[in-house]
Design a protein around this ligand. Sequence first.
Ligand code: ADP
Length: 283
Amino acid sequence: MRIVLLGAPGSGKGTQSQRLVERVGIPQISTGDLLREAVARGTELGRQAKEAMDAGRLVEDSLVLGMIRERLGEPDARKGFILDGFPRNLAQAHALDRLLETLKQPLDAVVQLEVDSRELVRRIAGRRSCVDCGRVFNLLTSPPTGAAALCPKSGAAHRLMQRPDDNEATVSERLRVYDEKTRPLIDFYRARGLLQAIDAEGDVDAVTARLAQVLHVPALRRPKRTAVRRAALKRARKPARKKAAPAKRVRAGAKRRPPRARRAKPARASAARGSRRRKSTRR
Ligand code: ADP
């Protein structure tokens, strides 16, 4: 499945992408994350991108396209991907079309996350992410509490940080850039018959359910067989006390089959004889 998530800063592209990753098992490719990584590592690309990012402008197309081309060429992207934050203008959308055409991997859907602009500003102000695992939280709407309180990487409480570009001045510029450069992509993808729009306000789980519905994927997370869960399952399966086995219920009219062990024995014995014979002839 190849998907683009389209939406203004703060519309929840990152949060919903992470939830889709858990459900569909395809990678999230976020140009914002890749660029922040490059800045943190101090690479040449990061150095060139930093100024535009700090000012809330778009990073040059040639840099972003090079990065995307490389990322889509990696093996895990062959089974599909969720593009988060890319494309962001018409030139990038056309370049993506051409790239996917050469890879023979056309897009399946583009989902637009609709959020009111006042709500966007409120969300961005409360947004924090974990330094260690990268998970995104919101102090107002989805704080790191309950089952989400511990970081899966460090095993301790999440170390939360605010993105440097989530300050008031940069946010208003990012929203302006979205309206001017990215919003036209809604018509671009609608004309191609790929666009699905969903209401991305309200409860995070409810938004995930709407997203799952338009993409025809399961709305619930696939259960993870963690060590704790495996131990709990084992305990649940183990009988507390040894009791006499209860009589099996047999459906009326069901044919009785001979017990498995008795049927299996002769076959296994002859197989063993056969292998012994083969060994002895080889010697
Ligand atoms: P948000 O969607 O909240 O603005 P992102 O993490 O997607 O956050 O992007 C952060 C910044 O990275 C953007 O403001 C921009 O400077 C840069 N960026 C991300 N994706 C692109 C892109 N496709 N083209 C150009 N610049 C980008």
